[in-house]
Write a protein that binds this ligand. Structure first.
Ligand code: SF4
Length: 257
C-alpha cells in the first residue's frame, strides 16, 4: 500500500481553490530551498508522518458532505509522485475536483497527471525572472537554477497544451523581489508564453521562514502589490493580488478618456 509523507490535512478551506470548498493536504519534501519559505517544516520533513493513501481517503470521506474538491500543496507534492497519483485517482473516482500547487520542477510528473486527466486546476509558482542565476538564487540553490528555468517553462507549456485552468503566482518579499523591473521581466516572459492569469501574493512571516533572517521582514504592503500588479497588467489580461487584508483583488486599469 502506498504511503505519503504528509504534515497534515486541513478539513475545509474556501481560499485554496477558486470558488470551491476543499480539504487541503500538505505534502512533505521539496527540491527547492527558498529562503523565504513559510512551509519550512514540511520542506525539512519535521513533523511529517507516513500515512497510507487509504487512511487519507477515510479522513476525506468524513468531510465529503461539504467539500467539492481537494487542494494538494506542500512542500512540492510531485516529489512523491506514486502516492500523489494514487490519491488523485481515488479523489477523482469519488467525483472530487483536484487542485495541485506546484513549483513546476518536474514536468514529466505533471504530464503523467495531466495525461490521466487527474487535475482540474493547477497553481504554479514563478519564483523569479527566467534567468538561471536569479532563479537559482531565489530558490536557494544556484546549482539547479538552469534546470529550474527549463523545467518550469516546460511545465507551463504542458499546462497550456492540455488546456486546463491554471494560475501562475509569485510571492512578493519586501526588499528581496519587490522591484518593478523584476516583475516586469516575469510578466513579459509569461506573456510570450501566452499565460493569461498571474497572481501576486503577499508574504507574511508569521510562522517563521526557512532562512531565519527572512522572518524579520514585514508583510508585503497591499499598495506595493497593487503597483507591481498594475505593471504586470500591461502584459497579462488577468492579474490579481492576494492579501490577508482584502483577500483576492482583480486589477482593472481604467482607460483615460
Ligand atoms: S516556498 Fe520554495 S522551498 Fe518552500 S515549499 Fe515552495 S518551492 Fe519548496
Amino acid at each position: 500500500m502506498v504511503e505519503i509523507k504528509i504534515g497534515g490535512i486541513k478539513e475545509a478551506s474556501t481560499i485554496d481553490y477558486p470558488g470551491e470548498m476543499v480539504s487541503v493536504i500538505f505534502f512533505c519534501q521539496c527540491p527547492f530551498r527558498c529562503p523565504f519559505c513559510q512551509n519550512w517544516s514540511l520542506v525539512q520533513g519535521n513533523d511529517c508522518d507516513s500515512v497510507p493513501v487509504q487512511e487519507i481517503m477515510k479522513q476525506l470521506d468524513k468531510y465529503r458532505k461539504y467539500i467539492t474538491g481537494i487542494c494538494i500543496t506542500g512542500g512540492e507534492p510531485t516529489v512523491q509522485i506514486d502516492g500523489l497519483f494514487e490519491l488523485l485517482s481515488e479523489t477523482h473516482n469519488r467525483g472530487l475536483l483536484n487542485k495541485l500547487d506546484t513549483n513546476g520542477f518536474y514536468p514529466e510528473r505533471i504530464k503523467k497527471l495531466l495525461s490521466s486527466k487527474l487535475l482540474n486546476y493547477v497553481a504554479i509558482d514563478i519564483k523569479a525572472p527566467f534567468s538561471p542565476e536569479r532563479y537559482g538564487k531565489v530558490i536557494g540553490n544556484i546549482s539547479i537554477g538552469e534546470k529550474a528555468v527549463k523545467n518550469v517553462s516546460e511545465t507551463l507549456q504542458l499546462l497550456l497544451q492540455f488546456g486546463i485552468p491554471f494560475e501562475t503566482r509569485t510571492t512578493i518579499i519586501p526588499t528581496f523581489n519587490d522591484q518593478l523591473q523584476e516583475i516586469e521581466q516575469i510578466a513579459k516572459r509569461l506573456n510570450e508564453l501566452h499565460v493569461s492569469r498571474y497572481i501576486l501574493q503577499q508574504f507574511r512571516a508569521s510562522g517563521g521562514t526557512l532562512d531565519k533572517s527572512f522572518a524579520k521582514l514585514p508583510a508585503t504592503k497591499p499598495e506595493v502589490l497593487r503597483e507591481l500588479a498594475k505593471l504586470a497588467k500591461k502584459y497579462i489580461s488577468d492579474v490579481r493580488i492576494r492579501t490577508i487584508e482584502a483577500g483576492e483583488e482583480k486589477i482593472e486599469i481604467k482607460e483615460a478618456r
